[in-house]
Design a protein around this ligand. Structure first.
Ligand code: ZN
Length: 154
């Protein structure tokens, strides 16, 4: 496995629309493994492929430690409710923003075996799913945030 370089705000790949994965290859699986390792090393709860310069519709999420979601071609098929909360992004280091998101989302995506599955998220997981899927459409949370502040050091 390898650590990948995470692009930061201003890099053009972060604003592009990623293409669907048409075939899951050994390279796709290596990318997923590398993305999980990179997310953990950076202390994040989610990472989208365009953040590491790969314009493919792939997301990894780990809101609950040890419970990794690998979402290939994810689509939000249903959402409801509303939550307002704080968000950060590995591509926007040192910043936090207040963003409105649905409180519940249902996502359809393929897993690494190519099996289409339905995933449900509430609270932080719903927020994270929306944030990461936005990355696949070239959207950073900073374009949706009501207020952006510098992260406070503990
Ligand atoms: Zn992000």
């Amino acid at each position: 496995m390898a650590l990948l370089h995470i692009l930061t705000e201003g890099e053009p790949q972060l604003y592009k629309i990623s293409r669907p994965v048409t075939e899951i290859t050994e390279r796709t699986k290596i990318l997923l493994d590398d993305m999980v390792q990179t997310m953990r090393k950076a202390d994040g709860v989610g990472l989208a492929a365009p953040q590491v310069g790969v314009l493919r519709r792939i997301v990894v999420i780990e809101v609950e430690p040890g419970q990794v979601l690998e979402l290939i071609n994810p689509v939000i098929t249903y959402s409801s409710g509303n939550q307002t909360g704080t968000e950060g992004c590995l591509s926007v280091p040192g910043k936090r923003g207040t963003v409105d998101r649905p409180s519940y989302v249902r996502v359809e995506a393929m897993d690494r075996e190519g099996v289409t599955r339905t995933y449900e998220g509430t609270e932080l997981l719903a927020r994270c799913m929306c944030h990461e899927i936005d990355h696949l459409d070239g959207i950073l949370y900073t374009s949706k945030a009501k207020k952006i502040t510098d992260e406070e050091d503990d």
